[in-house]
Write a protein that binds this ligand. Structure first.
Ligand SMILES: [Zn+2]
Length: 230
């Protein structure tokens, strides 16, 4: 089994919040896309482990993912340990993605910062020979970073993807997580979901389309032609 892109998320719902538009766009192009959630994301004020698993399964179906697993690392105390690095490198060697999507490297949530560090270290380890990791060496060519940030950042993304035709499905995937984004939250306008739509509209405006999704990159992005630019 090999994926085109593996999206790695600290908690179930982060991939949806930060990258569902890209996931849907890649799936529409016939790419094989998987999501690896690093932790259960629980406990949360209105969630439970069982409910979160059901919500994740519903969102997975909405996104039409080819593959999704949970690595079972500890929520709220995620650390980029050698053991966790080995586990994640094992998944990368098993799923052989061409690219990785990881959470943006600046965040107030320690799990998110740890997840970024873990992805970068595991990507490097995954290519090692003469080691006791399972499977054969594999090195994903690129990492792009999605924004699912617990800070009032003004991001300076490396590129913005046009997700206009996927916004409604992205919203539907996020709405699967009722325990996280609807239950117990104020329903006064703007609601959490309305703010997300406003953000997507802001990024869309920045590139002259209805809705957009921003991504960061630590490395320059090479283009073969200018034909794909919005
Ligand atoms: Zn999270």
């Amino acid at each position: 089994m090999s994926l085109d892109v593996l999206v790695i998320a600290p908690h179930p719902d982060d991939a949806e919040l930060g990258a569902a538009g890209a996931i849907l766009s890649m799936r529409a192009a016939g790419w094989r896309v998987g999501v690896l959630d690093l932790t259960s994301g629980e406990p949360t004020p209105f969630g439970s482990p069982e409910l979160r698993v059901r919500e994740t399964a519903a969102a997975t179906a909405v996104l039409g993912l080819d593959w999704r697993e949970n690595l079972g690392l500890p929520n709220r105390s995620l650390e980029p340990t050698l053991e966790a690095r080995g586990l994640l490198a094992g998944v990368i060697r098993r799923t052989k993605p061409r690219w990785l999507l990881a959470p943006y490297w600046v965040d107030a949530h320690p799990d998110h910062v740890a997840a970024t560090q873990l992805v970068e270290a595991a990507r490097f380890w995954a290519k090692l020979t003469k080691c006791d990791l399972p499977g054969s060496p594999h090195h994903p060519e690129r990492i792009f970073y999605y924004y699912c940030v617990h800070l009032k950042l003004a991001p300076q993304p490396a590129f913005v993807l046009d997700i206009s035709s996927h916004w409604e499905t992205k919203r539907a995937a996020i709405e699967c997580y009722q325990s996280q984004f609807v239950t117990g939250r104020s329903q006064d306008s703007p609601t959490f979901l309305e703010r997300l739509r406003d953000e997507a509209a802001y990024w869309g405006k920045s590139i002259g389309v209805r809705y957009g999704e921003p991504f960061a990159s630590r490395e320059p992005i090479g283009l073969r032609t200018l034909a794909g630019l919005v």
